[in-house]
Ligand binder design. Structure first.
Ligand SMILES: Nc1nc2c(ncn2[C@@H]2O[C@H](COP(=O)(O)OP(=O)(O)O)[C@@H](O)[C@H]2O)c(=O)[nH]1
Ligand SMILES: [Mg+2]
Ligand SMILES: [Zn+2]
Length: 312
């Protein structure tokens, strides 16, 4: 059939999708039977940015998505609550870039750690990009590097104001589909503008009242940079839920723990109250960052509490 096409989803707005094929975008809806699939009752939207889809073209020029190609991965989150659904933020990503800033909003490495756990669980590499380095003291940067020592997480410090580090990020982004996540106000748009001046994205002032910034991006959207490079920009996120993860597996995704876990007295060990825990020993000895360990416990305990409530 001549009107049967394959494209990539570059934007999702509720039940409307923008699909790109050969540089031409088309507004699409979703065939009813896909929308009604049983599995869709547990996810917020069956189609995500980054999905390859087959679609047909209607008489009015709009498209209808008929099928979704198999995915290499998904990047998703799941919040608290019995009825909460898994929210697939994007599909088929090569890299997750978590952006943070040293000021306004200030660093929140626990948020980074949650995303890193999710990324590692879903097999997607994670880059931590810390912006507004023009406002940071040297020992603040050193603190971040120490926090992530041996964690298998790459860190780059950048500044949209001085352009420091832009080349370093570009090296990661080039020839990849990267998803960019972070709180509103950390400078995602400013950095993208600095990297790709032709794209002309909107940058808005951080609201001085909250220091959190306004939401300038309301929907997930893929920005095509060149033939092989794309960035998926996400709305400023404040929360990142891991609520579908079994507590005892979290330690597998803290790589500087996982490589020593075979020396723990218990198997599996949650590295919490168990006697003879090698991880606790390494924290006391200073080999593993004690703050990273506290961040780990924070995730562990929130999942344990969640699972306890679910099954009681
Ligand atoms: N000092 C400083 N301010 C920055 C930097 N990058 C962005 N900003 C400011 O931070 C605010 C939020 O930037 P924006 O790019 O809109 O953040 P987004 O919400 O993550 O897209 C704006 O007022 C920017 O001017 C930086 O590297 N240094
Ligand atoms: Mg923005
Ligand atoms: Zn242990």
């Amino acid at each position: 059939m001549g009107n049967n096409k394959t494209g990539i989803v570059i934007k999702v707005m509720g039940l409307y999708y923008t699909v790109d094929a050969d540089g031409e975008s088309r507004n699409c809806t979703l065939r009813g039977r896909i929308r009604q699939l049983e599995e869709n009752k547990t996810i917020t939207n069956p189609v995500a940015v980054g999905d390859y889809v087959n679609y047909t073209i209607q008489d009015d020029g709009s498209g209808v998505i008929e099928s979704i190609h198999e995915r290499t991965n998904i990047f998703s989150r799941k919040e608290k609550g019995r009825n909460s659904k898994e929210d697939i933020i994007a599909a088929n990503c090569d890299l997750i870039v978590v952006m943070q800033s040293f000021r306004q909003p200030r660093l929140n490495l626990r948020f980074v750690d949650r995303i890193a756990v999710r990324g590692k669980m879903q097999g997607i590499p994670v880059l931590v990009c810390i912006n507004k380095s023009d406002l940071a003291k040297e020992d603040e940067k050193k603190g971040v590097l120490e926090y992530y020592r041996n964690a298998g997480i790459d860190i780059v410090f950048v500044s949209a104001v001085t352009s420091d580090g832009l080349k370093d990020i570009y090296r990661y982004l080039e020839d990849n589909v990267s998803i960019l996540v972070g709180f509103s106000g950390v400078g995602k748009s400013s950095i993208l503008n600095g990297l790709f001046p032709d794209l002309d994205l909107r940058v808005k002032e951080v609201s001085s009242r909250t220091g959190k910034g306004r939401h300038t991006t309301t929907n997930v959207e893929m920005i095509s940079v060149d033939k092989n490079t794309a960035i998926i920009d996400t709305p400023g996120m404040r929360e990142f839920g891991l609520m579908d993860m079994e507590p005892h597996i979290v330690g597998n995704y803290f790589y500087e723990f996982a490589e020593h876990a075979d020396k723990c007295g218990f198997m599996p060990c949650t590295h919490d109250h168990e006697p003879g825990c090698e991880i606790k020993r390494l924290v006391e000895q200073g080999t593993i960052s004690s703050e990273r360990y506290v961040s780990y416990l924070n995730i562990l305990h929130s999942l344990q509490e969640y699972f306890d409530n679910m099954y009681s």
